[in-house]
Design a protein around this ligand. Structure first.
Ligand code: FE2
Length: 240
């Protein structure tokens, strides 16, 4: 079920394991590089396995789209991030911390853009599930309190996804004590603004062009109506 993506992850892990063993065998150790504060042997960032098979979102998102989107675009963000942080102190940090420490820094824009795109895509894949689901319990109450109804929330998500000019993202977030729909451009992430993401919709053209060409509205509607993972959204609610 997970052959292709598992192979990608395993290939990456295998490569780094080989490198790590080589370093250990050379007597240097992982962090024991005397006089070298930048000695980092293991990658900070990996491509996580998809939470479903690559054809599991059909007919709304095709296997072909997932093969390119996950196997090419997402992997490229992972590889580029690792290239950019290699040998720096950022390589010691978790992905979220790399994003927070590079946000708003023009000289670190390339690192931010690639690292944030890794995080955003990790989050995007989990924001969907084959067959979709329905919000319940505390999440449903919060949706009704913030939007009046689930239908109104869905409409706001659709509107935000369509209103985003060019590449970017539409998000359901927690902002203070309310849920909100926001949109961000390029790799920007609402986490940087102190908001807590619950769901993400990728509106970069690479997310839908093979299946929908220029019809972003059709892609977004299909995703919202059929694929959103509301259990994932509920799990992201801040614990009180
Ligand atoms: Fe994407």
């Amino acid at each position: 079920m997970y052959d292709r993506k598992s192979n990608l992850a395993l290939r990456r892990r295998g490569l780094w394991s080989t490198l790590l063993v080589g370093i250990l065998m050379s007597g240097m150790g992982v962090f024991g590089l005397s006089g070298c504060s930048q000695g980092v042997a293991a990658p900070s960032i990996e491509l996580p396995p998809l939470p479903y098979s690559q054809n599991a979102l059909e007919p709304y998102i095709s296997q072909k789209t997932i093969e390119f989107h996950y196997g090419k675009h997402h992997l490229a963000y992972v590889d580029k991030t690792n290239d950019l942080i290699k040998g720096t102190n950022l390589a010691l940090l978790p992905l979220e911390e790399i994003i927070k420490q590079t946000a708003g820094s023009p000289e670190k824009a390339a690192i931010f853009n690639n690292a944030a795109q890794v995080w955003n895509h990790n989050f995007y894949w989990q924001s969907m599930k084959p067959g979709g689901s329905k919000p319940e319990g505390d999440l449903l109450k919060k949706i009704q309190a913030s939007f009046g109804s689930l239908e109104n929330l869905k409409k706001q998500l659709q509107d935000a996804a369509l209103a985003q000019f060019g590449s970017g993202w539409a998000w359901l977030v927690v902002d203070g004590d309310k849920l909100k729909v926001v949109k961000t451009g390029n790799a920007e992430n609402p986490m940087v603004q102190g908001q807590t993401p619950l769901l993400a919709i990728d509106v970069w053209e690479h997310a839908y062009y093979l299946d929908y060409q220029n019809r972003r509205a059709d892609y977004v509607k299909a995703l919202i109506d059929n694929l959103l993972n509301w259990e994932f959204a509920a799990a992201n609610l801040p614990k009180v």
